[in-house]
Design a protein around this ligand. Sequence first.
Ligand code: ADP
Ligand code: MG
Ligand code: ZN
Length: 662
Amino acid sequence: MDNDNDRRPNLSPDSGSGDSGPSSFLSGNGIWLLLLVILGAFVAMRYFQEPAGHQISYSELKKNIQEGEVNSVRLSDQLVVATPTNEALKEARKSTKDQNMEVWRAVRVRDDAGLIELLEEKGVAYSAEYQTGCEGSYVWVWIAPLVIMFLLWSFFMRRMSGMGGRNNPAMDFGKTEAEVHLEEGTGVTFDDVAGCQEAKEELEEIIEFLKKPEKFTRLGGQVPKGVLLVGPPGTGKTLLARAVAGEAEVPFFNLSGSDFVEMFVGVGAARVRDLFEQAKKKAPCIIFVDELDAIGKQRGSGGFQGNDEREQTLNALLVEMDGFDSRSGVILLAATNRPEILDPALLRAGRFDRHINVDRPDVRGREQILEVHTRGVVVGDDVDLSIIAAQTAGMVGSDLANAVNEAALLAARRGKDEVEMDDFQDAIERVMAGLEKRSRRLSDKERNIVAFHESGHAIVAGAVEHADKVHKVSIVSRGLGALGYTLQLPMEDRYLMTRNELRDKISTLLGGRGAEDIIFGDISTGASNDLKRVTDIAKRMVREFGMSELIGNVNYSEDNDNQMMSLPGGRPDYSDETAEAIDQEVHGIIQNLYRRTVKILEKNSDLLDEMAAYLKENEVLDGEKLESFMDRVEPLDDDEEVELSLSQPPASEAPPAAAPGE
Ligand code: ADP
Ligand code: MG
Ligand code: ZN
């Protein structure tokens, strides 16, 4: 849980210099960069530049000296540069058109010692040219292009990443304001968000706090710092967050998790710190991190580039969350559709410990969402939003908004004055066609099965003595795997469970499978998760809790199997006969309880039909309506109960009679 601790050292204050390091070198030195380019170019040009003068051959130059046409000579390592006499200059100008006749230049022949003698003899003034160590060596030929290439490279890197120097305080452009969207008032209210009643109720407290922080803090109370909105895409999480800000009339800092993830190390982290600083100045306010999973992925997973950056950003967020006090009036909201991949450190107490589910809307919710989105649309008299809502099972808020818009466009294209029912129908078909590919939409047949399955759970829960109270039955799919659900909430915290309670739990879990079985005479894959839990409970009853008379009061828990108690080769520390007996006991428990479940359902088969029909129409069954159904559930009478004794006689083979020969 606390694996963030070992990362802390990264965040010591001096890491600040680390993250401004590379960027300030590049950006703060914009002028240096220019100067260096110019200098480099200058050096290169100077080296490659041909010295001025009329180029002649060495022998010709010597001849000219011989003939007294040369006034003076400068000698360098490689060149002989001669200044001709005036007469010679005039002569030469006649014969050639070269403008550079003032000096003659020849490449020196090295071993010619006779040149100096000749100059002495002819009385020509000569001097040697001083050369710097660099010039003439090849150092600059190599260095200048390298410097230029490096500068060009860093320049392009900066451009590509699109963010060089963003935290350099010296160059004040691109501070966090540029990315973090600050809205003084979002103007969105809860009226614009339809359907997610439970989420709204939970957010009510946050709004009240933002409005009147004193009221809460007066008594030293702590308001949650971080609230995480969890739900499938398009269900209105972003919208809800904005509505909270709108309702509370506070500023709204909006940024997306992916904004944080930048390629340059440390910049994301710096931005987080910056953001919190700004927010504190604006308190009370809301910081909203959309798509939290983009930064909040579990650390140490995945190895692609930029991971380091993400971890640092995440660390910074964690540290900031620890460092600020909700009493300062800053509330952190975040949204994700993949809570399961979030780093556990983010979810622990004091951080995003409050989760609010934003589920797919049920039929009533969809109707309300349609109402919200048809507010600005001219709707025909024949349009019945409740029918549309019934036809759009599985759609979320954004799909419905999209469908309404599509319908309006269709009607306009058809030259109508108002949007009519057939426009809506066509629009829904279009949106559905797009949806079918990307999300699960149940066929009518599947919905029928799910409706009976969930009703089965609910009825068995109502019939057995010890099951938790059923609060809600739903066939609105919940993303990951579950096509529907029956929500049972315990009346009190449980630390111990009795054998009868465990039996009732198993019966209830088998209710879904049982209902499918008796209604359709066939069973579906939908019960696999139920069966997994059933098997798990039954196994533990036999192996760990000593609830089987046959196996007795022993605890052969899994731990023993896997760890030191197990024999080499992974065999558990009990005999093969015991293993077989355990298997039989588990099987016996489950089969006995299944027979009981089926009996319960058969006894309540009319109710089962009614409940499933109601669910198919309304998708959700809760509140008083649920009560009225549950009140009608008839438990089994004592004489109807199946034999629940867990003890089954072992499948004992009669000991083989001794073979005569032995
Ligand atoms: P999420 O953030 O959950 O992916 P959004 O909040 O971005 O979804 O929703 C996208 C759009 O869908 C919203 O702008 C809004 O028009 C519409 N929408 C989604 N849910 C609702 C809702 N419950 N009520 C009204 N409109 C909704
Ligand atoms: Mg969103
Ligand atoms: Zn089930």
